[in-house]
Design a protein around this ligand. Structure first.
Ligand code: BTN
Length: 255
């Protein structure tokens, strides 16, 4: 499923560039509550975030000017809010493809939506959904990619960056444009119902898929294989022939 010959027509057409902001996700959310509507595909970019947020209430650190810290507005009205993981899959795939084409190395998706190279984290996603009644109104797609940062605080576990891998700097605007093109391609496929194809691509690039590895599940070390994801995006693990389903807070990867 290739997106290479696709050009973005609405994702990234409107870009709001900020020097300094608490969090691009928060900025976008605040804009949504104003009377002037933002168009779907609007991208917020910041040179510096002073309160960048990561998954599960963590913070996202990024040196000023070095990295991609961006949020994209999507309006997935065509999807039921029960399908939130379908969106997470395509954003992960877009990042996976964009980074693979730049780096020319294996880029893996660490469940649910981190991007890893050689067991080191290069990018993360924070997708925040706004529902209205039973409808999915907005998705704020927060994307953080380590591009030109080479020194990281010791608090960050196993970080890497585009520059660390390529040994040369990379233009973060070019990377963003590529990501927008890829997201739009996958998003249009999603609109056409290509979830099955997306899931198999996701599993193909999933770190540890069908490999026997050690995980900490609910605090206990176990040897298991990731064999699937369920429709809610939870991991399906095979431990000695017994299948179990785990959610985000229940599993720790031993990397
Ligand atoms: C993670 O891996 O924990 C998710 C990191 C997401 C970081 C991005 S940077 C742009 C956007 N704004 C934020 O405050 N967070 C996301």
């Amino acid at each position: 499923m290739q997106n290479n010959h696709f050009s973005a027509t609405y994702i990234g057409t409107t870009k709001i560039k900020l020097d300094r902001v608490a969090s691009t996700n928060d900025f976008l959310r605040a804009e949504l509550s104003k009377s002037t509507p933002l168009v779907e595909g609007t991208v917020i970019m910041a040179d510096e975030q002073y309160a960048g947020r990561g998954q599960m209430g963590t913070s996202w650190e990024s040196q000023k000017g070095k990295n991609l810290t961006t949020s994209i507005l999507l309006c997935p009205h065509f999807l039921s809010p029960t399908k939130q993981f379908d969106l997470s899959i395509i954003i992960s795939l877009a990042l996976q493809q964009a980074l693979t084409s730049i780096l020319n190395v294996k880029v893996e998706i660490k469940w649910p939506n981190d991007l890893y190279v050689n067991n080191k984290k290069i990018a993360g996603l924070l997708i925040e959904n706004i529902l209205q009644g039973s409808k999915w109104k907005y998705a704020i797609v927060g994307i953080g990619v380590n591009v030109n940062q080479t020194e990281f605080s010791s608090k960050i576990k196993h970080p890497t960056s585009v520059q660390k891998i390529l040994h040369s700097s990379y233009c973060k605007e070019n990377l963003l444009n590529e990501i927008c093109i890829l997201i739009e391609g996958f998003y249009e496929q999603l609109r056409k119902g290509k979830q099955k194809e997306h899931k198999s691509l996701y599993l193909k690039h999933l770190l540890g898929f069908n490999e026997l590895r050690i995980y900490k599940i609910k605090g206990i070390s176990v040897q298991a294989k990731i064999v699937d994801i369920d429709p809610n995006g939870r991991l399906v693990l095979d431990t000695n022939g017994t299948l179990s389903i785990v959610n985000f807070k229940e599993i720790e990867f031993c990397i």
